[in-house]
Design a binder for this molecule. Structure first.
Ligand code: SAH
Length: 592
């Protein structure tokens, strides 16, 4: 289909893009129409044409208002111009549907998940409707229902939505600029960048930010006006205030305000007056100034100075207290974060005996959450301040079965593997949007954990990595999206992958676990024997090998386990060096 610039067309929208734009298709050609929604037929003007896709501007909505497309009036008066909330014109229920569909589409198309498993898109849609409505009634019920409705292969669990999808954010970085008023006078203003620009839309009472943000911004702007402090001018690289950076602890109500400046204010006493104003904000525990002297889009500069109070805030998730520095990553939606971590915990399937690696661990939030149910948790993170927070957080909470390493996961882990420090039953990864490095995926393969729990903020890169892990013998078992960013287009998803065993091994292992529960002959369980050998010798042994050695010593009565159902395949036999280690363990447990 050929379109020409400035051509007016009529098109029906059938999908949503990553930034919330409507997408219409004509003979395979995709046209992006900002502000249009799936189900609507619109008149639009073509603005730009590429080979396979183009962009058009919405002129009118011709049809679709009456059918249930989910269009709603945005709460925020500048929602259309602001680059932040790309889905505010879509009902929350439809937002959840769209996010769930996006995750599934990516995993099926790119990740190759569920191929050959009969999908039931109609039922799926219906289920999300019900689930979105029921989310408000309590999570447990939903989980129970979702469990019942799972299909063979991957389980597509319903997205976890929010009861009150407004004012949820605990962090904001407002750019500050001088803006000309109607009277021709320039005054400092704070707000958000208009979509794809660097000019700001003044707005201090954002509908997704916590309400304390407005009070802080108003105080900073008043201080700038009265003290004659100019905002930074990006083009001329002049002026002072660049950003106001705010963080708040949801459970503790602690608030930190950090002023990012290009240079020192002319008179240092001005800082005292700023502190006086900000101290009045409820919950304020720290006022900082950060110096960013560079011509850059990066918000924080290298030097941080504490003006008053403490240089971190604390927050609590699931009974664990976290200390958070300005530079450390911390999830922005605290209500959903707890649900996200609980899902990670559930997917990790911990019994208290596992060794877990939490890669891309930030301040150790997931590590400490899991440590309550694991034998040992190791965390890896690249930002040194975050690792310092993680270690401090472990100490503050009296959690001893954790250890943190600072560095890139893809560089730290191969070293651990070589030094045989890499025993892992479960590996959790929570990478940034670009996903996991290929070297790290290779190392995961070497470490061969039973389960990988992949937490992702980009279903596209998740699907890419899932495909690789699939080639390494990991199968997606459960998928659950969690809406961390209501009103915006981003999607967070938790994915459980399990290692596939050879057919006969699965059968054998199943029998092993049955026997663990029923036989009286064993003094130590298979897991205890495995743990002992791993700890003492750094070597993994399988249940099958343990069973073979036990049989050799006549301490197993039934021996159905060592016959493969599929007679063509041979059962692997325990190598002599492992036999020695198992014998040592059996002796240790006084079983022989
Ligand atoms: N799991 C944490 C943090 C997730 S965000 C939480 O829930 O709070 C991703 C984290 O990965 C960030 O803290 C970032 O600093 C870190 N990171 C980015 N690249 C990394 C790499 N190559 N190796 C290790 N950590 C990395």
């Amino acid at each position: 289909m050929e379109f020409k610039k400035n051509q007016e067309i009529i098109i029906t929208i059938d999908d949503l893009g990553n930034n919330g734009e409507g997408i219409g298709h004509v003979n395979g050609y995709a046209l992006f129409v900002k502000d249009a929604l799936p189900g609507e037929t619109v008149r639009a003007k073509v603005m730009k044409c590429k080979k396979n896709y183009g962009f058009a501007k919405l002129l009118d909505i011709l049809a679709g208002e009456t059918c249930d497309v989910g269009r709603v009036e945005p709460r925020c008066p500048v929602a259309r111009q602001c680059g932040g909330c790309t889905l505010q014109h879509l009902s929350y229920e439809k937002q959840l549907k769209y996010k769930q569909k996006k995750v599934r589409d990516c995993l099926e198309r790119i990740g190759g998940v569920g191929r050959g498993v009969p999908g039931t898109p109609g039922e799926e849609e219906e289920r999300i409707d019900q689930v979105a409505a029921k989310e408000a009634e309590g999570r447990d019920r939903i989980e129970a229902e979702a469990g019942e409705r799972c299909q063979a292969g991957a389980r597509w669990l319903p997205i976890i939505g929010m009861e009150e999808p407004w004012h949820y954010r605990n962090k904001a970085q407002f750019p500050v600029q001088m803006r000309k008023g109607q009277d021709g006078v320039f005054r400092p203003a704070a707000g958000f960048y208009a979509g794809r620009t660097h000019s700001i839309i003044p707005v201090t009472d954002c509908v997704i930010q916590h309400r304390c943000m407005k009070e802080i911004l108003d105080a900073v702007l008043a201080w700038m006006r009265e003290d004659g402090i100019p905002a930074y001018d990006e083009e001329r690289h002049q002026g002072v205030v660049r950003h106001v950076y705010i963080r708040r602890g949801f459970y503790t109500n602690e608030v930190m305000a950090c002023l990012v400046v290009k240079e020192e204010v002319a008179e240092r006493k001005a800082y005292d007056r700023l502190v006086e104003r900000l101290k009045g904000v409820e919950g304020m525990t720290g006022v900082l100034v950060n110096y960013n002297t560079e011509k850059t889009n990066v918000i924080l500069g290298s030097r941080m100075e504490l003006l008053w109070g403490k240089e971190y805030i604390e927050d609590c998730i699931g009974g664990i207290r976290y200390r958070i520095s300005p530079r450390s990553f911390y999830q922005v939606n605290p209500v959903q974060t707890e649900k996200l971590y609980r899902t990670v915990l559930e997917f990790a399937g911990l019994s208290g005996r596992e060794t877990v690696w939490d890669l891309y661990c930030g301040i150790g939030t997931i590590s400490l959450f899991l440590a309550q149910r694991a034998k040992m948790v190791y965390g890896v993170e690249v930002v040194p301040e975050a690792i310092a927070n993680a270690r401090e957080n472990a100490r503050l909470n009296g959690i001893r079965n954790v250890e943190f390493f600072c560095g890139r996961a893809e560089e730290v882990m191969p070293g651990m593997e070589r030094e045989r420090r890499s025993a892992a039953d479960v590996i959790v990864v929570d990478p940034p949007r670009k996903g996991c490095d290929g070297v790290l995926l290779d190392t995961i393969r070497e470490m061969a954990p039973e389960r990988v729990v992949y937490v992702s903020c980009d279903p596209g890169t998740l699907a890419r990595d899932v495909r690789v892990l699939g080639e390494f013998g990991y199968e997606v078992r459960k998928v659950r999206a969690c809406d961390m960013f209501p009103q915006g287009g981003h999607v967070e998803v938790i994915c459980l992958l399990s290692k596939l065993h050879a057919k006969q091994t699965i059968e054998v292992e199943l029998k092993m676990s049955e026997m663990d529960l029923t036989t009286a002959e064993s003094k130590a369980t298979y897991e205890e024997i495995k743990d002992y050998i791993l700890e003492r010798h750094g070597i993994k042994v399988s249940s099958l090998y343990i069973a073979q050695v036990k049989q050799k010593y006549g301490i197993i009565e039934r021996n159905c386990y060592n016959k493969a159902r599929d007679n063509e395949k041979k059962i692997p036999q325990c190598p002599p060096e492992k036999e020695l280690l198992i014998e040592d363990a059996l002796r240790y447990f006084k079983m022989i």
